[in-house]
Design a protein around this ligand. Structure first.
Ligand code: BG6
Length: 487
């Protein structure tokens, strides 16, 4: 669809930026905080890049006022952050740590005083370690009540101050990485356990949404999903079908549950045939149906490309096509039983797209495709909760960071977002990932995303000084003109 003129961004558009507790806060054991699964996992040798962990991270816990002062200077309208569950409930359940609540209250108040809309994420991967040990984490149905109880505490305390709430961040990432590829805690490689844990997270998500609607009737809540559209490699109908399979397997499997309250038929039937489908009771079905998100959070980085599955169309040297850095694309043929994608589609590189230094495809048009598809399928308002470029920034002798590549990336993505708005997609805001530099779960401090540079690296905390990058001033201008210069 071509437009002679693009629509303006809505007046109250949430120009934002995002972060997550473990990646920014530090203070991992201060003021009564309990350990999380990431506090433990990151200390197992060779699990993270150069053994980095979030013990100090970028010390947002002690620098939050300074960070918010930079947000104000930038004119930021919204800040998405997550709460660390074990800061509130050191054991994951039971006794509340008031100091933890006080920290988030002070952060929220500081945001509100500076006219910045707080967007609170309830779960961004840092499960209390005590719950992992006691119940085996998300594999147990006890977690549904534990999560509900944790959410109740936050709804009760902050329900009047915060409008926008995110339940789960990227369930479609933390579940496979944690239970299939063992790249995240609890480092399991078992598909049956993965689907079971995933189902329990779905139930916890649904329960939290239902509770929220009772307790915070004026608020808005939804999950943040890591969406990437699937493309067919060619117009060969077999490739088109493969992409459909990929879309169903990679996206509908999660999004249908969130938005339609039920699992998609094809994937469920297929997983049942493999004997790895989760057990869904009648009670579960009712709960999933009852929970309706008010918006859908979309994290967009890249999509995927599919060709006909390799059983129907085998080919030589197949492994050459798979990126070694992306666990989603590693599907050795002999392991079909362990890789349910194999009969469905063959994930390949997209020959039309460039990649980042970390091998992630750069696809701004895919962002428009993503927004359009999600709107068409689920018809919910969309809040973009993450989008950004991870790159190695250079601090010059004059203490400047010239990140023109990031500006270019964000500009192109925002242009496609504006086109999607003009197409008719209901987008309420855009949170760039991230506001300050932060700890990348598996890539340390080398892979930077922020508008504000943090002077630290993998080996040294240095002075943790905050230095706005060129992109900071660029985004500030974009916000001040409500995106009019994006064209
Ligand atoms: C998203 C997560 O998956 O991607 C963030 O929600 C994460 O927490 C971001 O940091 C970028 O990923 P990475 O691996 O480049 O840090």
């Amino acid at each position: 669809m071509y437009h002679n003129q693009l629509d303006s961004f809505p007046e109250n558009f949430l120009w934002g930026a995002a972060s997550a507790a473990y990646q920014v806060e530090g203070a991992w054991n201060e003021d009564g905080k309990g350990a999380s699964i990431w506090d433990a996992f990151s200390k197992i040798p060779e699990k993270t890049f150069e053994e980095t962990n979030g013990d100090v991270a970028v010390d947002h816990y002690h620098h939050y006022k300074e960070d918010i002062a930079y947000m104000k200077k930038m004119g930021l309208k919204a800040y998405r952050f997550s709460v660390s569950w074990s800061r509130i409930l050191p054991q994951g359940e039971g006794e509340i740590n008031e100091k933890g609540l006080d920290f988030y209250e002070a952060l929220i108040d500081e945001l509100l005083e500076n006219n910045i809309e707080p967007i609170l994420t309830l779960y961004h991967w840092d499960l209390p370690l005590a719950l992992q040990k006691k119940y085996e984490g998300w594999e147990s149905r006890h977690m549904i009540d534990a999560f509900e109880n944790y959410c109740r505490i936050l709804f009760n305390r902050f329900g009047k101050k915060i409008t926008y709430w995110v339940t789960m961040n990227e369930q479609n990432v933390f579940i496979p990485l944690g239970y299939r590829f063992a790249a995240h805690p609890p480092a399991v490689t078992d598909l049956e356990r993965m689907y079971k844990a995933n189902h329990i997270v779905n139930l916890a998500n649904a329960k939290a949404i239902c509770l929220f609607h009772e307790m915070v009737p004026d608020g808005k809540i939804g999950p943040s999903y890591g969406y990437g559209p699937m493309y067919p490699l060619t117009s060969d109908p077999q490739d088109v079908l493969a992409a459909e399979n990929g879309e169903a397997f990679n996206n509908d499997w999660w999004l249908d549950v969130y938005c339609k309250g039920r699992y998609p038929r094809f994937v469920m039937k297929y997983l049942k045939s493999l004997g790895i489908a989760p057990e869904v009771t009648l009670e579960d079905e009712k709960l999933l149906k009852a929970a309706k998100p008010d918006f859908l959070g979309i994290n967009y980085y890249h999509g995927g490309t599919a060709k006909q599955n390799r059983i129907e169309k085998p080919e030589e040297e197949i492994t050459k096509q798979f990126s070694k850095t992306d666990p989603y694309l590693m599907q050795p043929k002999s392991e079909q039983a362990l890789n349910p994608e194999v009969p469905l589609f063959n994930g390949v590189e997209n020959p039309c797209l460039q990649k980042t230094e970390w091998g992630w495809e750069i696809d701004p048009v895919g962002f428009r495709v993503a927004l359009r598809r999600v709107q068409a399928k689920y018809d919910l308002p969309i809040l973009v909760t993450e989008n950004g470029l991870g790159a190695q920034d250079v601090l010059t002798e004059n203490l400047e960071i010239h990140d023109s590549y990031r500006i270019e990336y964000l500009k192109e993505h925002l242009l496609e977002l504006r086109k999607a708005l003009t197409d008719g997609v209901d987008i309420i805001g855009y949170c760039a990932w991230s506001f300050t530099d932060l700890l990348s779960w598996l890539n340390g401090y080398k892979k930077r995303y922020g508008f504000v540079y943090i002077n630290r690296d993998e080996h040294e905390e240095k002075d943790l000084r905050r230095i706005p990058k060129d992109s900071f001033y660029w985004y500030k201008k974009i916000i001040s003109k409500n995106g009019e210069s994006i064209k």
